[in-house]
Design a protein around this ligand. Structure first.
Ligand SMILES: [Zn+2]
Length: 108
């Protein structure tokens, strides 16, 4: 999967930013975040490629959840994003990123 520079959710365009380090207002280290106020999804650029893809899907799901007003919990977003990424990649619908480092890829 190619992580795009922007995504459209309903009528809203979200920019996708890839900061090296992502710290929230509570000084917590995050892998990704969805900023609905500024319509930005942020995904840490230092994540392994497949982890970055899954985090991107997770943050996109938050944006969809906000637009659709489904009020999903953090746990629901986390599990649906993980399950959806798994199903899409294992069914061959979505090609996962090549892992650069040995030992992180699927078993041969
Ligand atoms: Zn989340």
């Amino acid at each position: 999967m190619k992580i795009p520079d922007r995504v459209k959710v309903g009528p809203f365009y979200y920019a996708v930013e890839r900061p090296e380090l992502l710290i929230n207002h509570d000084h917590e280290h995050l892998k990704g975040e969805s900023d609905h106020q500024h319509q930005v999804l942020r995904i840490e650029s230092t994540l392994r490629p497949r982890q970055a893809e899954e985090v991107f899907l997770h943050e996109l799901l938050h944006a969809v959840d906000t637009f659709m007003d489904t009020e999903m919990s953090e746990r629901q977003v986390a599990l649906i994003a993980r399950g959806l990424y798994m199903a899409l990649t294992e069914s061959g619908i979505l090609a996962p990123a090549d892992e650069e480092r040995p030992g992180n890829g699927p078993p041969q």
